[in-house]
Ligand binder design. Structure first.
Ligand code: SF4
Length: 262
C-alpha cells in the first residue's frame, strides 16, 4: 500500500493542493486543540449511536446520555490527538455540544418524518464488516464512517460535523462518497448507486446518487495527487483556507524563500 493515494488526500487536494504536498513531505499539521475541535470529535462519536435516539421514548435524555458517554470516552478514542489535554477544554467542548442538543433532536425528528423510522434506522446502523477499503488496481485506499445496506446495495456513509448546505451535500462530501463507492465496487464486485452524508450537528441525513462525472473527477484528482506525491509543489490557490491551516508555517517559509529569488 506504499504508493497508494488516500481518499483523504483527494479531499485535502480540493481544500488546497499544497496540503497534500506538505503531508507527503512528512510535515505534521500544527493543530490547536480548541473546545470547538473537541466538540466536533464528540459529536462524531455521538452520531455513531443516533439509532438509539431514534428508538428512544425520550430523545432528549437519550442524546444527553450519549453526550455524557462520548465526553468521557473521547480521550481514550482520540488518544494521540488529545494526549495532555486540559480537562477544562473537554468541559467547554461538552457545554458547546449541549447547547446544540435541541437542534440535533429537531433534525433527527425531521429526518424520521421525511424518511420514515425504518429507513433512518437503516442509515444509522453500520454493517458489521471490515470497512477499510483498498484497491490494488487503482492504488487508492479509504474508509467510510459507516458501511450500510440500502435497497439491497452496499452504500458508503460519511459523518460530517460542520455546517450542512441548504440542500444536497457539499461537493467535497460528494466526491469522497464517489471515491469510496469506487473502492467498494472494486472490493465487492457490485455496483454502488448512492452514498449518504450525515450532518451530525443538525441530525440531517442526505442521500446522494453516485454520478459518472464524479467518478471521472475522482480518477483525475487521484492522478494529480500522485504527481504532488512525486514532489511537485503546487501553486497556492487564491481562495486557499490559510487561516485554518496547520501547514501555514511551512507554507510561509517556502514563499519567503521563493520571493528572494523572484
Ligand atoms: S497555508 Fe494556505 S496555501 Fe499553504 S497549505 Fe495551508 S491552505 Fe494551502
Amino acid at each position: 500500500m506504499e504508493d497508494h493515494v488516500r481518499v483523504s488526500d483527494i479531499n485535502n487536494y480540493l481544500k488546497c493542493p499544497r496540503k497534500v504536498y506538505y503531508t507527503y513531505q512528512g510535515h505534521e499539521p500544527i493543530r490547536t486543540v480548541t473546545p470547538s475541535y473537541v466538540a466536533a470529535l464528540i459529536i462524531k462519536e455521538m452520531a455513531q449511536d443516533y439509532a438509539d435516539v431514534v428508538t428512544s421514548e425520550d430523545m432528549g435524555s437519550s442524546l444527553q446520555s450519549l453526550l455524557d458517554i462520548s465526553a468521557q470516552q473521547i480521550t481514550i478514542i482520540y488518544r494521540n490527538e488529545l494526549s495532555d489535554i486540559d480537562p477544562e477544554i473537554i468541559s467547554q467542548a461538552t457545554s458547546e455540544v449541549r447547547s446544540h442538543l435541541d437542534e440535533v433532536m429537531n433534525g433527527i425528528q425531521a429526518s424520521m418524518a421525511a424518511l420514515g423510522v425504518d429507513r433512518l434506522l437503516d442509515i444509522f446502523t453500520s454493517l458489521d464488516v471490515e470497512s477499510i477499503l483498498y484497491s490494488e488496481k487503482l492504488s487508492i485506499s479509504g474508509s467510510p464512517d459507516r458501511l450500510l445496506m440500502l435497497d439491497g446495495c452496499l452504500t458508503p456513509s460519511v459523518i460530517r460535523t460542520g455546517k450542512a448546505p441548504l440542500s444536497g451535500v457539499w461537493k467535497n462530501d460528494r466526491l469522497r462518497l464517489t471515491a469510496l463507492s469506487i473502492l467498494l465496487e472494486d472490493k465487492h464486485d457490485s455496483a454502488v448507486m448512492k452514498g449518504v452524508v450525515e450532518y451530525a450537528r443538525y441530525g440531517i441525513v442526505r442521500e446522494v446518487p453516485i454520478r459518472r462525472a464524479d467518478r471521472r473527477k475522482v480518477l483525475t484528482l487521484a492522478g494529480r495527487v500522485r504527481k504532488i506525491r512525486d514532489g511537485r509543489l503546487p501553486d497556492r490557490p487564491d481562495d486557499a483556507p490559510c487561516d485554518y491551516c496547520g501547514h501555514v508555517e511551512h507554507c510561509q517559509v517556502t514563499q519567503t524563500l521563493a520571493s528572494r529569488f523572484f
